[in-house]
Design a protein around this ligand. Structure first.
Ligand SMILES: [Zn+2]
Length: 386
């Protein structure tokens, strides 16, 4: 896949004198600054609708984007990801520039990792996969059920089933753990990913992250949506948060304790504060009329502490809080995680979960049986799903 991309670039370079570049989105780079930097018309940004301006503010620092220029340095095409599904597409057609949001083409690989622990679960997973996010997530999901330092012994077994996305031949976005087992002291501790959380074999949630509602709102003016693209209309837009309408000046409170990682102005989001809460959870509060003086980058914030006031900066519709929640950089529905108690699955959901868990459990058990740990301490297998 990677090879093909470079062959493609080579052909373009050879035939048209065009040069493709793979670049990293810098901190502080807004879409507007990007257009300016590359001598692209600023109307591409100013002509966007409010919701599209908001969406354009989702480009993450560190994201990899692609730029294609001709021999004179003129941009022919740019592809900038804003999530794992959607990217900004800027292109030249009949000497005019256009900007569109298009789906990202990626392939999903199912991976299985099984290993006999040598150093620690974290270090071993990192060593065999090279995936920091995966190693962190694995430790996180078991944090509340097993104390690895106290109970893990050398050669205890770990097995895990997860998925990874690939774009132009490179790993893209973050891994997703589907199921895992840790076998220690002759006991198998299974966990299964379900509805953005993790559950044990009996359907009890083990690692639900609980958030408080950050604002007293009068109504929900726009719900969260992944806005899967309509293949024909190519029009649906995702909305990576929930819009909570509230009077101008209403207090906005931190949904959970954490550390402020961003406080400033960001394009369509206007005044923004972002908080990292640990466990890979991050919250975003946008369109604030005012950021609180204490909401500075690096500051530790307590759950319920005021971080700013409701406003409508960054867009012209009425005052509201755009509240975003991300898990390992992936946007998730805030209304599913704002709650005060852990989930216990019931009825149809429980039956669906138990069926899924049973088949994954069988697979995890088979993984630990088929491999010979005398020969090798770890086995990583990959299977393309699409
Ligand atoms: Zn919004």
């Amino acid at each position: 896949m990677k090879k093909y991309f470079f062959v493609f670039l080579f052909i373009l370079t050879f035939c048209f004198g065009a040069v493709g570049e793979r670049l990293v989105w810098n901190s502080g780079l807004s879409l507007l600054a990007f257009l300016e930097q590359n001598k692209l018309p600023l109307r591409l940004y100013y002509n966007l609708s409010n919701t599209d301006k908001e969406l354009a503010s989702e480009v993450r620092v560190g994201s990899v984007y692609y730029l294609l220029k001709n021999a004179d340095g003129m941009v022919l095409q740019a592809l900038i990801p804003i999530s794992e599904d959607v990217q900004i597409h800027i292109y030249l057609k009949n000497r005019e520039y256009f900007l569109d949001f298009i789906p990202i083409v990626y392939t999903t690989h199912k991976k299985t990792l099984v290993l006999a622990v040598q150093k620690s679960p974290y270090q071993d997973i990192l060593e065999y996969t090279g995936d920091v996010v995966l190693a962190n997530e694995f430790v996180n999901i078991y944090r509340k059920s097993i104390d690895f330092k106290k109970f893990m012994l050398k050669n205890d077994k770990i097995a895990m089933i997860y998925t990874r996305k690939y774009r132009l031949g490179r790993a893209f976005w973050v891994p997703e753990i589907k199921a895992a087992v840790v076998e220690t002291h002759k006991k198998s501790n299974y966990l299964f990913g379900y509805n953005e959380s993790f559950y044990d074999l009996s359907g009890r949630e083990v690692m639900g992250f609980l958030l408080d509602m950050p604002v007293k709102y009068t109504r929900i003016s726009s719900r969260f949506s992944y806005g899967r693209f309509h293949p024909v209309l190519k029009k649906t837009r995702p909305h990576y948060g929930v819009d909570l309408a509230a009077p101008h000046g209403t207090a906005i409170k931190a949904a959970a304790s954490g550390k402020i990682i961003y406080s400033g102005y960001r394009g369509g989001y206007g005044n923004v504060v972002e908080i990292a809460h640990g466990d890979g959870i991050r919250t975003l509060y946008a369109h604030m009329s005012k950021r609180d003086a204490k909401a500075r980058v690096g500051a530790m914030i307590k759950k319920g502490q005021i971080i700013g006031r409701v406003g409508s900066t960054g867009m012209s519709t009425g005052p509201h809080l755009h509240f975003g929640v991300y898990k390992n950089s992936r946007p998730i529905d805030p209304m599913g995680i704002v709650r005060t108690a852990k989930n216990e699955l019931k009825g149809n959901k429980k039956r669906e979960f138990i069926n899924l868990a049973k088949s994954l459990q069988t697979e995890l058990d088979r993984l630990r049986e088929v491999y010979d740990f005398e020969v090798q301490k770890a086995y990583l297998e990959t299977e393309a799903l699409d």
